[in-house]
Design a protein around this ligand. Structure first.
Ligand SMILES: [Zn+2]
Ligand SMILES: [Zn+2]
Length: 335
């Protein structure tokens, strides 16, 4: 249970007008960062968090601690549609009446995941079967995906953000920079005057953002991620406000480090695929055989994203055997 003390440590002022609120998550990530940006027309709330009882309780205490009423929240802006950022948005919209902004692609993905019929759930199950998932994690997959619905309900009404649009965030003027890869339609929000970047999960300190292949939205999300990392590294940034961990300064360096991390992982996978195997077998070889379903889903989607990158750059070939897709390296070591 959140005590007043733990709430005081969950709320910190990062600039005179920006409060960081650490909203708890029942995952290894532990918390998501929400930001409340004060302006003359009220607060802008960025990424409210996942809808759990604990998160709602922390928010009640955090707002009381900061002396902010729900009615003072004038706008809600989402960097992307992932449940740990999007989940509480509908509840906040009910309590504040504030408009909610999210990229058009993010809005479509949220509807495919949690809207009528949840079509993306079955598409992900079919994808994982094609890529050789074992029976036991397969049994857990659909209930696991369905378990997110209450964590993102009620669904908000959303007004799309267009790439390149300038948004008023508090009294700051921020341009929405499309930064696909970690999530389709992900937007970083850049305040050029202050050289301040709300970077969502595109660039995280210490953690490598997950890059997942999701059916029907981006054929090569890792290529999108690497190119949008190279693009974002060109912006001068004094302070980066990420979706997880703590605000940080060495933004371009971190973006370039993430590019190197994926280059290394691609090479490890290319070498492993000198022995032909499915993406599930490769996932077990690269990550671990003992991942719980939540981590396995991320690890397998990430493996597929890397293998599709290798496939599309001609470094591996794909063949079908027994209803499953098998990959093998087509390029020998470069020496
Ligand atoms: Zn995310
Ligand atoms: Zn996140």
């Amino acid at each position: 249970m959140a005590s007043d003390n733990s709430v005081a440590s969950a709320v910190s002022r990062v600039t005179p007008d920006i409060l960081q609120v650490k909203v708890p998550l029942p995952f290894p990530l532990r918390w998501v960062n929400s930001y409340l940006v004060r302006g003359s027309g009220g607060y802008t709330l960025i990424d409210p968090g996942l809808h759990t009882e604990e998160a709602v309780r922390v928010w009640e205490l955090a707002l009381a601690h900061a002396n902010i009423a729900y009615a003072e929240i004038a706008q809600i802006v989402l960097t992307h549609h992932h449940p740990d950022h999007y989940g509480l948005t509908g509840l906040f919209q009910q309590r504040t009446g504030a408009p909610v902004r999210l990229s058009r692609v993010g809005l479509e993905q949220a509807q495919r995941l949690w809207g009528p019929g949840q079509p993306l759930t079955d598409a992900i199950v079919r994808l994982f079967i094609r890529h050789g998932i074992a029976d036991e994690p397969l049994r857990q997959l659909k209930p696991h995906l369905d378990s997110f619905v209450p964590l993102v309900s009620p669904q908000p009404e959303i007004q799309p953000i267009e790439a390149g649009e300038t948004l008023r965030i508090g009294d700051r003027s921020c341009v929405a920079i499309e930064t696909a890869g970690h999530a389709a339609g992900h937007m970083c929000l850049y305040d050029e005057a202050a050289q301040l970047m709300f970077c969502g999960d595109h660039v995280l300190p210490q953690i490598s953002p997950n890059v997942s292949y999701i059916p029907g939205v981006d054929d090569n999300p890792l290529a999108s991620f690497l190119s949008s990392l190279a693009d974002i590294a060109a912006y001068p940034v004094q302070l980066a406000l990420p979706g997880h961990r703590e605000p940080f300064r060495a933004f371009a360096e971190r973006a370039r480090e993430l590019i190197r991390h994926h280059d290394e992982r691609l090479e490890r996978m290319r070498v492993a695929l000198l022995t032909p195997m499915t993406c599930y077998e490769l996932c077990i070889a690269i990550f671990s055989a003992k991942l719980p379903i939540h981590q396995l889903r991320f690890a397998l989607s990430e493996t597929i994203a890397h293998v599709f990158y290798l496939l599309q750059s001609g470094q591996v070939t794909e063949e079908e055997g027994d209803g499953k897709l098998i990959y093998r390296s087509s390029v020998m070591s470069g020496f």
